[in-house]
Design a protein around this ligand. Sequence first.
Ligand code: URA
Length: 174
Amino acid sequence: LGGLRTNAVPGVGTALSGIVFVGEGPGADEDRLGEPFVGRAGQLLDRIIEAINSRRLLPGLTLDRTTVYIANIVKCRPPENRVPLPVEVEACTPYLKRQLAVLKPRIICCLGKTAAEHLLGAKGSLGGMRGKVYRYAGAKLIVTYHPAACLRTPSYKQPVWEDMQLLAREYQAD
Ligand code: URA
């Protein structure tokens, strides 16, 4: 299949907040460090999470890498950062399912199309999938743009912020 990973990148965080973010797969920085979302896209994800705190979307909770969980669809870096192949997703899906079964999150936030399509089991455009509330194994599930997409297309930042407001509303409902 091409490249060999340096480090597997299983995930980081805890079940404390009940919030799980799921991305696509490790990039070069993540492969080097063994931790998800530590490169440029990861720094933007950290800022998004910090904005949830500073804008007081979830009063009483402080979100960071120790109170949310951050994982990916695939645990090893696909060569050249290509979209993971179906056989790679198939190999890693049982692991992600076990992670979610252990974490029992209240809400899952899919970062980008790869995570959304695989957890929802359906193809779609990101614009068509976001803004709705789905269910996954007892958790609520929402979809937003991948932070790497926001870096390429800054106009996605506003919808991402709206999606974080949806996340907070759904988190606090019932
Ligand atoms: N992009 C992802 O989807 N996951 C990471 O861990 C880093 C970048």
